[in-house]
Design a protein around this ligand. Structure first.
Ligand code: ADP
Ligand code: ZN
Length: 618
């Protein structure tokens, strides 16, 4: 993973460090993991040594360990500031499963419980404490912290301090006081937001000028990016789910509230465990649907963008977009919710010209300034570009965030099934000229009728049968012409007139094309295929599926008993390793990824029993 850092500390000088051997030991005994993912080790050492750090890592990169391990290695309690109150309970439950003494303080606690947590903090019997920012910045809480042994402050979702970003929290602005009130306690700020401007704002506002800066690569190699043309959205989604994700948890994003409900109910009818989620549902329903997504297996959430921030469910196997997001940033953030566990996952999207028209319309009717609208337009064009490119999607995505991937990735649709292109110069000229000759007042359907020489009332009404472009485009069928127009819009040669719904207008940059001074290569849209190439084997081919089901069943029972999500007991990956290695005793069981000492104690026997019983009868 490419990363860079600056600050006074130099990783290369490290020879022997007792702190780090301690950290590795914690990684293995508490978390059950073999080794650090760089740059986790460098970050952890820096914080253990008392330095500050700014960590930018993609979702799923492993940010949590960067503060959890130093909090365990240093004396005192690690204080984690997080805006995601709804998730604190789950985060704390997961840590307690590992034997870590964790608690949280937020407005959901009754006074007696809160007092107990405060007592634990003061008596030094806590390893980690999660606090909501609005609580932390109260004088009462600060005084409490001054009396307690504190090992570090971790500011999670640090981009919330940025007024420029979309998740701004006023309480975060006050977090600079941590540095003033607790100058000797190390601070670590973490975020998955890539953007350079946000990064600078975090550094200034949180006073992290002196901190080590760790910027991990933004690539998510386990996510397969696929973008296809929209022709029959429901059926396309159904095929995708049935062929590739029949049992999996995932998120389906739609643009409108109404559509999320419609699709969710339709998926239910098709036998899926699907639930809608949008800001118009009442708080109780929303919380319930979110909880079911986290706790049950194989739940599909059909949501607007209201869903997702801070959902750290590791085993989301797909994110599907039925409508195109407005920006590449949103696309990357939303798709990033897939595959946090590092296992293969799909980012699947379908889009069409209609999406572009809808988004342009939403933008035009928003109340932003002209400058803002222009910026939005620019971002939308970048998103369209990503949809239309014929080269590697991942290279293009990373490039957008200022990173270079030297070779095509081999794990996106354009790499796996290279897109054919054709010389669209002649067709583009015909299309542009049809727009021009008809007075830039008509939508795609009518323009195609003109080009293909259709005989209908509208043609006659406007006298279009006498135009020089009438009937010159009979060589291409309707779909091929739609594809030409879509690509001309996507590349900015045509724009969609919002005053007249859907009418196409020429843009300045189409001039050389229209005059025949420029060539254009167009994407040849693939013919619809009966079955798509399978993205992944859901499970290793030779795996004992019966045992897998038994282990999942046991996990489900344990999770239900304790009221925690199944992945808090063990990740799928850990269960798969059990199936593969068939441990016979606790020592063997303890070597499986994800099995630390505490979980070995708590669950070793019961899972060994499932495995043994299965081996005896099968
Ligand atoms: P982030 O907060 O950056 O999105 P998390 O901290 O939730 O990511 O980590 C993502 C997943 O990767 C978690 O399931 C975590 O347990 C796992 N993980 C993190 N570090 C390691 C490691 N060194 N070895 C194995 N798994 C790890
Ligand atoms: Zn690729």
């Amino acid at each position: 993973m490419p990363f860079d850092y600056d600050g006074q500390w130099q990783g290369a000088d490290r020879v022997y460090c007792p702190a780090m051997s301690n950290a590795s030991q914690i990684l293995q005994s508490v978390f059950g993991y073999e080794s650090f993912r760089p740059p986790q080790d460098d970050i952890i050492q820096m914080v253990i040594d008392g330095g500050d750090a700014l960590v930018l890592m993609p979702t799923g990169g492993g940010k949590s360990l960067c503060y959890q391990i130093p909090a365990l290695a240093r004396p005192g309690c690690g204080v984690v500031i997080s805006p995601l109150i709804a998730l604190m309970q789950d985060q704390v439950s997961a840590l307690r499963q590992l034997g870590v003494r964790a608690s949280f303080l937020n407005s959901t606690l009754d006074p007696a419980t809160a007092r107990q947590v405060e007592d634990d903090l003061l008596s030094g019997t806590l390893d980690l404490l999660y606090i909501a920012p609005e609580r932390l910045t109260q004088e009462r809480c600060l005084t409490l912290l001054e009396r307690a042994p504190i090992s570090l402050f971790a500011v999670d979702e640090a981009h919330c301090v940025s007024q420029w970003g979309h998740d701004f929290r006023a309480d975060y602005l006050q977090l600079s006081l941590l540095h003033q009130r607790f100058p000797h306690i190390p601070r670590i700020a973490l975020t998955a937001t890539a953007d350079a401007r946000t990064r600078t704002e975090i550094i200034t506002r949180l006073d992290l000028g002196q901190a080590g800066k760790f910027i991990a690569g933004f690539d998510r190699p386990n996510i397969r990016y696929r973008i296809a043309l929209k022709h029959n959205p429901k059926q396309q989604l159904l095929r995708f789910l049935k062929d590739e994700h029949a049992q999996d948890a995932g998120i389906v994003y739609c643009l409108s509230r109404k559509k999320t409900e419609e699709i969710a109910f339709w998926l239910q009818e098709q036998g899926f465990n699907a639930l809608p989620y949008h800001a118009g549902l009442n708080a109780g329903t929303r919380a319930d649907h979110q909880a079911r997504f986290l706790r049950e297996e194989g739940v599909i959430i059909v949501a607007t963008i209201a869903f997702g921030m801070g959902i750290d469910k590791p085993d989301v196997r797909f994110v599907a977009h039925l409508d195109m997001p407005k920006t590449v940033e949103s696309y990357y953030q939303e798709t990033g919710r897939a595959g946090r566990d590092g296992e293969p996952a799909d980012a699947w999207m379908i889009y069409g010209l209609q999406d572009v028209i809808k988004l342009r319309q939403m933008m035009a009717s928003s109340d932003g300034s002209e400058e803002y609208k222009r910026a939005e337009q620019h971002r939308l064009n970048a998103m369209l570009g990503l949809c239309e490119i014929t080269s590697c999607r991942r290279q293009s995505l990373l490039n957008y965030f200022g990173e270079t991937l030297p070779a095509p990735c081999g794990n996106c649709d354009t790499c796996l099934e290279p897109v054919a292109t054709w010389d669209g110069t002649e067709a583009a000229r015909m299309a542009l000229s049809a727009v021009y000759r008809t007075g830039q007042r008509f939508g795609v359907n009518h323009l195609i009728d003109v080009l293909r020489g259709a005989e209908n009332d509208k043609i006659v009404q406007f006298n279009h049968q006498h135009l020089p472009t009438y009937g010159v485009g009979k060589d291409l069928d309707n779909n091929q012409w739609r594809s030409v127009f879509r690509q001309l819009v996507a590349r900015g040669h045509l724009s969609v007139d919002l005053e007249r719904f859907g009418a196409l207008r020429l843009e300045e940059q189409c001039r050389p094309l229209l005059k025949g001074e420029q060539q254009i290569e167009l994407r040849r849209d693939p013919k619809r295929k009966a079955a798509r190439q399978q993205t992944r084997q859901p499970l290793p081919i030779d795996m004992d599926v019966a045992l897998w089901e038994l282990l999942r069943e046991r996990r489900r029972e344990l999770a239900e008993e304790q009221g925690v999500p199944p992945y808090v007991i063990f990740h799928d990956r850990t269960l798969q390793e059990m199936c593969a290695s068939l441990p016979q005793n606790l020592a063997q069981f303890g070597r499986i990824t994800g099995v630390g000492e505490r979980k070995l104690d708590k669950y070793g026997d019961t899972f060994l029993q499932v495995i043994n019983e299965h081996l005896v009868i099968s």
